[in-house]
Write a protein of this length. Structure first.
Length: 158
């Protein structure tokens, strides 16, 4: 891709995000979480910064959270979406536990999305459980922001 094409695509994404921002009375609130013993948070911090730059209010939990801690924070902060960054391989334990806690707390309109090293076959199983789109390393931060904004626009009342 030529540099001029890259800038054109980035500018088009910026305009799309700006138009989506006009659809909300308040900023979208996103909780970015690192659950378990995984100590690699560089990607989570990049996503948190990118979502903030896209006009969202971002709460970052920090490292070594439990699913219960994440859900409690989500309730306290009244978030619209939870993004879970997971590189440890525990995704088939973490995501189902978070989904069950959402159900137990009647948080039926909160998006659960995330990213990390997750095999395609596991992505399909997690999607069947109600987990939203999962992003692999190297995914476009603009794509993630647009996905969250569109989901919230179609599933939440702000």
């Amino acid at each position: 891709m030529k540099l001029s094409q890259h800038f054109t695509k980035s500018y088009q994404t910026f305009l799309a995000l700006e138009m989506l921002n006009d659809d909300f009375e308040r900023p979208i609130r996103v909780l970015v979480a690192k659950i378990g013993l995984d100590g690699h948070d560089r990607g989570a911090k990049i996503i948190a910064t990118s979502l903030r730059d896209a006009g969202m209010e971002v709460i970052y939990t920090g490292l070594r959270q439990t699913p219960e801690m994440v859900i409690n924070t989500a309730i306290q902060e009244d978030v619209d979406a939870i993004g879970i960054s997971i590189l440890s391989g525990a995704h088939m334990t973490v995501f189902p536990k978070v989904m069950q806690l959402l159900k137990d707390n009647e948080l039926n309109d909160v998006l659960i999305t995330g990213g990390g090293i997750i095999p395609d076959k596991d992505v399909e199983k997690l999607n069947e459980l109600g987990v939203g789109k999962l992003f692999a390393p190297g995914s476009s931060t603009n794509e993630i922001a647009v996905y969250i904004k569109n989901w919230v626009l179609n599933n939440r009342k702000l």
